[in-house]
Design a protein around this ligand. Structure first.
Ligand code: OAD
Length: 233
């Protein structure tokens, strides 16, 4: 592809599906097993902090049992070899992009391996359970919560993302259902700014019609193919 100097990529749960992490909205997905209001809202946390801390402890522990797949690795290769500007934004709270070799990942919905202290507002790298209310590494208050963005909260670094979207040549959405805003609106933002927009997803998503091009199939195949094509084989 010629004339592509800036790329913004958005990934969602579908890119980690082939690694063995449940997506949210598929049959048997996380939101069929748990109520969003209970485990992914500030109100749910206020009502039953132990339930919420335990839910994220299980998800954090599960990361140790999964590995990045060819889609994560292909995006790391793109970061290493693409000569232009690349912004990789993920809605995922797992660390598979990093373990696949990407070094600059913007986690707009936060990270399982990060803790946010409700007493001092500091974020700390975290790879242990939280259900027993351990002290914050910074202020020692037992006030940690998972550093993940819940419904009703503002995703991280939105200004930086919108700035990149309005200047990008290409926007690529990978493995996301297009059901959750603001991420679901990125395609329209990029398109209004004149970018080519490409969807790589297992099936047509809720926002497929917004994209100039859609390819359907597993990310583990589509993403390496697309990266090969972009980098010229
Ligand atoms: P979803 O579960 O809503 O959507 C996952 C998408 O990935 C679906 O469109 C699937 O068809 C697709 N998919 C599944 N397997 C795939 C594969 N092997 N290859 C490619 N695509 C595949 O997950 P997200 O769109 O990431 O937010 O969900 C967005 C947000 O909703 C999440 O970040 C989370 C959730 O509620 C918060 O918790 C704030």
């Amino acid at each position: 592809m010629t004339g592509i100097n800036r790329i913004v990529i958005l990934t969602g749960a579908g890119i980690s599906a082939e690694s063995g992490i449940d997506t949210f909205r598929s049959a048997g997905g996380l939101w069929e097993q748990h109520r969003v209001e209970d485990v992914a809202t500030p109100e749910g946390f206020a009502r039953d902090p132990d339930l919420v801390l335990g839910f994220y402890d299980i998800r954090r522990e599960a990361l140790a049992k999964v590995e990045p797949n060819p889609a994560h690795r292909a995006l790391a290769r793109l970061e290493a070899e693409f000569a232009g500007e690349l912004l990789l934004v993920t809605q995922n709270v797992d660390d598979l992009h990093e373990r696949g070799g990407s070094s600059r990942v913007l986690h707009m919905h936060g990270e399982l391996k990060s803790a946010l202290c409700l007493a001092c507002d500091m974020r700390s790298a975290w790879d242990a359970p939280m259900a027993h209310h351990p002290p914050c590494p910074v202020c020692r208050s037992p006030s940690l919560r998972p550093d993940v963005v819940w419904f009703g909260e503002m995703p991280y670094q939105m200004e930086r993302i919108y700035t990149a979207l309005t200047a990008t040549d290409l926007f690529v959405s990978i493995g996301t259902s297009g059901a959750v805003y603001p991420a679901a609106g990125f395609v329209q933002e990029a398109r209004m700014a004149g970018a080519h927009t490409l969807e790589l997803n297992l099936e047509p998503s809720e926002g497929s019609h917004f994209f100039t091009e859609s390819r359907h199939g597993p990310a583990g195949r589509l993403v390496p193919e697309w990266v090969d094509e972009l980098l010229g084989g």
